[in-house]
Design a protein around this ligand. Structure first.
Ligand code: SAM
Length: 223
């Protein structure tokens, strides 16, 4: 599964100006009205739609009551695949996404839910005060922050807005060895140790596996 891009040197891993792919996500956000999920470029809209119900069910089954009675931030809502289900399982939910087109569709997905607020923003500079939420959820967002600078910045921002007793649930593909693998210029697999190191002083308290569209995902629970 792990692969390499043709010319890794062409990507500046330290620059905050390296495309976090805003335009790419804006374009993806316009894909095929009616589907319940829009994922990365590797997947067709039909595959995204096919995978949506089962993946969503599996994620919430594994999430259990982790966000019960909590004020939660969802980083990278996309078009709102998990947003309504998260809203059902939390006291309040703030959803943030880089892309206006994604958010417009997420707004439709949460119509009528009064405990949800959606904001356009960047994970690397969250528009929230310190210690605002006691839960954070992301699915397939950090794996798209290929620049080391953006990844570290996003983790540091997540830690800043999370209250000391908070729970962070990070979901995505991990590298299967202890190396980081660039899969393509917008997609990266990092080893679990990189997450643990970046999340310090939070600790990894649980780890749950998922599979969808032939991809292995891991839900990492930090506290
Ligand atoms: C693969 S999609 C996943 C969407 C959703 N979490 C899901 O699983 O259906 C990645 C999402 O992250 C958003 N995103 C990418 N980089 C971001 C950033 N730096 N800050 C906030 N959102 C970002 C994209 O706009 C896109 O909606």
């Amino acid at each position: 599964m792990a692969g390499n891009i043709e010319n890794p040197e062409s990507i500046d891993m330290t620059s905050p100006s390296h495309a976090s792919g805003k335009q790419l996500w804006e374009n993806r956000g316009l894909l095929v009205p009616g589907v319940r999920a829009v994922m990365g470029q590797r997947f067709t809209p039909e595959e995204c739609e096919l995978a949506a119900p089962q993946l969503t069910r599996n994620v919430f089954e594994r999430l259990g009551t982790a966000f019960h009675n909590k004020h939660v931030l969802e980083i990278g809502t996309g078009i709102g695949r998990f947003t309504p289900g998260l809203a059902e399982r939390t006291t309040s939910l703030i959803g943030i996404d880089l892309s206006k087109n994604m958010l417009d569709r997420a707004k439709t997905a949460v119509t009528g839910r009064e405990n949800v607020r959606l904001l356009q923003g960047n994970a690397t500079r969250l528009p929230l005060k310190d210690n605002t939420v006691n839960g954070i959820f992301e699915f397939a967002v950090l794996v798209h922050l290929v620049s080391e600078y953006e990844f570290q910045q996003a983790i540091s921002e997540a830690k800043r807005v999370l209250k000391p007793d908070g729970t962070m649930v990070l979901c995505g593909q991990l590298s299967q060895d202890n190396k980081t693998h660039m899969i393509n210029p917008q997609f990266i697999h990092r080893p679990i140790a990189v997450y643990e190191q970046a999340l310090h002083p939070l600790s990894l308290v649980n780890k749950r596996a998922l599979e969808s569209l032939g991809e292995k995902f891991t839900m990492l629970f930090f506290q």
